[in-house]
Each structure stands twice: as C-alpha cells, then as structure tokens.
Design a protein around this ligand. Structure first.
Ligand SMILES: [Cu+2]
Length: 218
C-alpha cells in the first residue's frame, strides 16, 4: 500500500512540472517594493487564449477598489457604487498626460439610494489600458488593464505577484505601471517547474493619489 501511495505522489509531481507557478518580485528603480505593477508572461510557444472573467470594481469612499485591476481580454467588469451618493464613472486616456486613448471609451451614471442603477457592466474586448475617473469627483482615479495573455497578475504592497499554470519553456516577462512614461524593459525567462523571478521598473512611481476631503460630500 505504501508503494502505491509513493507512486501516486510521483505522478502528481510529474503532472505539476508542466504547469509552473511563477513568483515575481518587482522593485522600483531605487530598489523599493513596487506595488500596482501589472506583470505579464508571454510564452514563446502557442499560449492558450485568455479565458474571460467577470470582475467587480467597487466605488467606495471616493476610491476605486482595487486601485489597479487586470482582466483577460473579453472580460466583463461590473462597476459597483457602494457610496451613499452618485458616481459618474468614465474612461480616460492613460500614460503621460492621458495621451494614450483608453482601450474602450464608456461612461456610467451610478446612482445611490435606489434612484437608479447602483451598478453597471462593461465588456472589454481590446487589450490595453483604461484610466478610470469620475465626472463628479475629479480626484477619483483607478486603472484597468486588459491583457492579451492569460498569464497576468498585479503586484501587492510588497511588490509580489504570483502567476499560475504557466507552460514550461522560454517566455517573455513584461511589466506595465499606470504612471510609466515609457515602456518597461522586457526580460526573457526559462520556465521549468515553479520558479521565482525578479524585475525592476525603470523609474520611481509617485505615491498612490489620495481622494480629496472636499470630494466626499455630494
Ligand atoms: Cu464619483
């Protein structure tokens, strides 16, 4: 019986070697942990198409939560107003001075107190970035990144992200940050089972913008 159990464990270990997890740690140019970085891995061979998902972005206390959201192309994003006043969510350009047009343009009036829809959905087909703003509260900012590759994640406060189920072999790792002025350097990886990787931004991002106090009352 013991032998059978051992064989089963070996079989499971063999199966997992072809679907690696990659733990990435991203630093700023000066070596601090970099949160809010989108980490993408593009395998050299044929990658499976991204599976669309349905993801919520909540408006609460004049913030978009999460601040940075990543979804595979074709996904549905539900914008949910949890404040007791209206938000008028809209797409803005990304990059320096908002010069890069949004991957999709939209605006949604999200009401409070049952006077209208408190949530609404948008489908994002084209890969790219959308900066999220609000017509009513000028300081509200969030970011949505629509990914062509299914292997994508956002770094946490420690600059860490975990990408799961990667195929073994050569792959390119790319970074995107909402405050980048130029594209970040890509890096080539050889994936063989679960592995770790380090990466660095070419700049030091500013702190996340905070909502202005005066914006709360409406
Ligand atoms: Cu608002």
């Amino acid at each position: 019986m013991k032998t059978h159990a051992t064989l089963l464990l070996l079989a499971l270990a063999g199966a997992s070697a072809s679907a690696a997890d990659l733990q990435v740690t991203v630093a700023t140019a000066s070596g601090r942990p970099a949160p809010d970085v989108v980490v993408m891995v593009v395998p050299a061979g044929e990658a499976p198409a991204a599976t669309p998902a349905t993801v919520d972005i909540v408006q609460k206390d004049n913030r978009f939560d999460p601040y940075v959201t990543v979804v595979p192309a074709g996904s549905t994003v539900r914008f949910v107003n949890r404040d007791p006043y209206d938000h008028h969510v809209r797409s803005l350009g990304s990059g320096p001075l908002g010069a890069v047009p949004p991957a999709k343009s939209f605006e949604l009036r999200l009401s409070a107190n049952g006077k209208g829809k408190a949530q609404d959905s948008v489908v994002f087909e084209a890969p790219g970035a959308v900066t999220l703003g609000c017509h009513i509260h000028g300081s509200m900012r969030g970011h949505l990144f629509i990914s062509a590759t299914p292997f994508v994640a956002v770094t946490d406060e420690f600059g860490r992200a975990t990408l799961r189920g990667l195929p073994d072999g050569a792959a390119e790792m790319r970074l995107w940050h909402p405050d980048q002025i130029t594209g970040q350097n890509a890096q080539t990886l050889t994936l063989a089972g679960s592995t770790n990787a380090k990466a660095a931004l070419s700049f030091n991002p500013p702190r996340r913008p905070m909502p202005r106090k005066g914006d709360y009352e409406n």
